[in-house]
Design a binder for this molecule. Structure first.
Ligand code: TRP
Length: 475
């Protein structure tokens, strides 16, 4: 009785479809449309894609199932959810809430860049790609776009789960897919499209290096919104009669599918721009923001305007369903734990995270200090404030949080309760092949992969020792 009363107050998804679209919306974001293609370009094309797929299913899916079941069992925010056993496990949740705030602070800035591109291209400013460096340092403009983005995010979250997040995802996800399909079909008919597709789809396994494997691991984990309690929070709003394993598998498939489609969409444009020469395409952040606008311009002014603005609109939609999930993590925590009203928390946190993003905004060149605040211990390479926040939160805390989640399932919450939760909505779970596979992955693969990830990242980002490079050179 108490439970159903409090659930009424917390709200929740109306059913499986709402949950899957919202969770897929969280997963599908800048990570898929912006980061994935440039990681593919850096990682030598399809070889990266291949590694990425393996990681998504082999080690990310079990963690997603864990997160969702931890949340649904507790019906509470990402911190309280860990308090079923010993209370001290909740440090894992607190680390997650902190990471969510940090990730959102810079993610919102990049989302602001994307939103601004819609406007710039609609105004016919195709040289925005070449002016990217100046654009991201236009403090007034970027603050405005990032501010609008945070307003949209906060507005959605303030409406709650079913009327806010679920409704937004139900509108934006189908729209995103449709826009993508249109742009893919259009791109297929461009001259040189074939060269782009060949580059993307025919793997050259010689390109798989230790660093490609490591990047694919990190990308899979980030893209599936794991490690900081996003799926715990969404899971806490999932009805008890839904099958968590199947829902998770759908979310992973949707995320992988959209990343795959993003590649199909982007590489023909890149190939068209380079007249089919894919030998020297540069990856990195610039692939979308610097290279692509030139590609849109080459389509002709009218069609370029339509295609280009639709592309960045699609990128903004993808980002919005992710920023709402990031904001919902600290919001749910404050609402459940401190019993403060949702609206008050949302607007306070929205403003706070927006302000926290300002140093990241200024660290793209505008402020000399913030743009180069620290250097590696044993190198002279300096890093911007945004780099540092990214290295701490998404590169280090995410796998660390994932490691904590796996340990909690194994030693805090324990298998019996984990199985019992999964059996709700999946009566034959125990004894199924899924159960054997998930148990195996959680007990052996995940701890090894995640601890390695944390270790390698700390050595590389903070101490300046790139173990993978050293190993590769030595071999
Ligand atoms: N997965 C999103 C992307 O690919 C980003 C994101 C949203 C995220 N929520 C998250 C990443 C929670 C980690 C944790 O863009």
């Amino acid at each position: 009785m108490a439970d159903s009363l409090s659930n009424k107050k917390r709200g929740g998804f109306t059913g499986r479809m709402g949950f899957i679209l919202a969770a897929a919306g969280s997963a599908i974001g800048l990570g898929n449309v912006w980061k994935f293609p440039f990681e593919v370009a850096d990682g030598g094309g399809a070889a990266f894609l291949f590694m990425y797929l393996i990681f998504c299913f082999v080690f990310c899916l079990p963690i997603m199932v864990s997160e969702i079941s931890i949340g649904r069992a507790a019906q509470r925010d990402a911190v309280s959810a860990f308090e079923t056993g010993k209370k001290s496990w909740n440090v894992v949740g607190k680390l997650g809430v902190l990471s969510a705030v940090l990730v959102l602070s810079f993610y919102n800035i990049v989302a602001g860049w994307a939103l601004g591109y819609v406007v710039e291209i609609l105004m016919g400013n195709f040289s925005i790609g070449e002016e990217f460096g100046t654009y991201i340092n236009d403090i007034a403009k970027i603050s405005l776009y990032a501010g609008i983005f945070m307003l949209l995010t906060a507005y959605t979250v303030s409406k709650g789960i079913s009327k806010g997040i679920e409704r937004l995802s139900k509108v934006l996800m189908p729209l995103l897919l449709s826009l993508m399909v249109i742009l893919i079909l259009y791109g297929f008919f461009l001259p040189h499209a074939g060269a782009g597709l060949k580059y993307y789809l025919i793997p050259n396994f010689a390109n798989i290096s230790l660093e490609v494997i490591y990047n694919a691991m990190g990308q899979a984990f980030f893209s599936l919104s794991l490690g900081l309690g996003a799926m715990i929070t969404y899971g806490s709003y999932l009805p008890k009669n839904e099958n968590i394993v199947h829902a998770s598998a759908f979310v992973v498939l949707a995320d992988v599918g959209i990343a795959f489609l993003a590649g199909l969409m982007i590489f023909p444009f890149v190939a068209h721009l380079n007249a089919g020469d894919m030998s020297d395409i540069s990856g990195g952040a610039g692939l979308i923001f610097v290279t692509l606008p030139g590609g849109f311009e080459s389509l002709g002014p009218g069609i370029g305007l339509v295609v280009g603005s639709l592309f960045f609109l699609l990128l903004s939609f993808a980002a919005l369903t992710s920023t709402v999930s990031l904001l919902e993590i600290p919001v749910a925590y404050a609402v459940d734990k401190l019993s403060i009203s949702r609206k008050a928390v949302v607007w306070f946190l929205g403003l706070f995270v927006f302000l926290l993003g300002i140093p990241s905004l200024l660290s793209q060149g505008d402020s000399a200090f913030l743009s180069a605040c620290l250097s590696y211990l044993n190198s002279s390479e300096s890093r911007s404030f945004m780099d540092i926040i990214e290295h701490i939160s998404s590169d280090t805390f995410l796998p660390l949080g994932g490691f904590g989640i796996v340990l909690y399932v194994l030693f805090g919450w324990r298998k019996k309760r984990f199985h019992a939760e999964l059996s709700q909505g999946y009566p034959n779970y125990v004894g199924s092949i899924w159960q054997r596979y998930l148990d195996f992955s959680l007990a052996y693969l995940c701890p090894v992969i995640l601890s390695l990830m944390v270790l390698l990242t700390i050595l590389d980002r903070f101490i300046g020792i790139n173990v993978l490079k050293i190993l590769t050179d030595a071999l």
